[in-house]
Ligand binder design. Sequence first.
Ligand code: SAM
Length: 469
Amino acid sequence: MATQDVETTQIINEDVITRTLDEARAPDDARLERLLAKARSLAGLTVGQAAELMLVEEPERLEALFATAREIKQRIYGNRIVLFAPLYISNECVGNCLYCSFRRDNADLDRRTLDPTEIVRETRWLVEHGYKRLLLVFGDHPHNSVEHMIAAVEACYSVRVGEHEDGIRRVNVNAAPLSREGFEQLKPAGLGTFQAFQETYHRETYERMHPSGPKADYDWRLGVWDRCLPAGIDDVGLGVLYGLYDWRWDTLALLQHADHLMGRYRVGPHTISVPRLEPAFGSEFSTNSPWLVGDDDFKKIVAIIRMSVPYTGMILSTREQPAFRRELMELGFSQVSAGSKTSPGGYTEHNPDDAPQFEVGDHRDLDEVMLNLCEQGYLPSFCTACYRSGRTGEHFMELAKPGDIQTFCLPNALISFREYLLDYASPETVVEGERIIAQHLAQIDSDAIRRQTEEKLRRTEQGERDLYI
Ligand code: SAM
């Protein structure tokens, strides 16, 4: 049993996944065209249809698949890319995940949990560099109780910087699954998305990867959203750690999990993360796994998820190298982290002895990432309007599914980006950024919304902050 009333097999059916993969055949050209047309209609794909697309190998047919993913990403998310930074609160962990440097048996790692004063210091640094959205990362440890999570979220929101009293506007959390009561306690702190990755849905592999500690309980982890959603936290973030098991199997399971949420709660995942296994200090497995995923397969994963759940935001981390991030972004990502440090205290303390959680592939700072995004035609965004206007969960899905969320997203992206240009950007980024703003303003179809946006951009220029539609 995953929770009191949801059987594990209602969430993931391992037999169905294995059978679907066994029975899937590569689509012929006509079938491929039908599948891609269905994806283009934004109706999503079934698990079986996704399995068929996984078998497409020929460069020309693969390019048709990628082109469809790019088109869907454009239609739903346009050129907007939302930016955030992870803030590591604690590397103390009773988990023993074989692939992670935070695992309990890694005796060479210095352990610590930031207190609220240290969290405020890190947050202040991030606000002073222009960030508006954070992802708090916690190891699984009694020091990271729900009370500490609440204190951490509140510490982040408490920071005010400069004449505009700037601060963090959305705090998401990545942590071990809580009980329903824990989620109920956490909700009033005002967090955005709660993320917990299943890592691998394949039970046997999962149990091998997580030999001890609370994370060893596959069913407890799998039932996380069946406790979280009923507790009223309705922006939930799913993920697979690619490299632990067969990517085909885990991707189908991830899609089954999304189907379960949509079927039972009418709320699909708000975001999906697709971290790839990176070398981690003190983890032999992280470099030796037989299931490491190559770049070509990774692109296929991103494209197939994009087509299968078009309404779900996808998150790309700094695990990937800049050049590859560029290629991946257009296939489906709507959020990226930038300038990340993956050790507690990493932004303000610069301690060379602190081991990061894993090796980061992109070392550019936020301003450089913003500049590069503009040069590639993207519109960087710090928008946090949906969450603060109550557009979460089912309400968000109603807007996101037909792509209507664009009505709000483009204006709000422009306004939040103008704030960044006025307050934090380098002169070079200002020039490129203003070009991008002008170009995208002209793309707002509705005269009324364009005028409203222009007015809010003007008021931002005159010193008002945090305006949105
Ligand atoms: N304690 C939290 C939990 O129980 O989920 C998670 C914190 S962990 C620091 C955050 C995520 O990092 C994990 O869910 C995992 O997917 C990812 N991760 C761990 N080791 C990694 C590695 N070697 N390479 C890439 N990502 C890794």
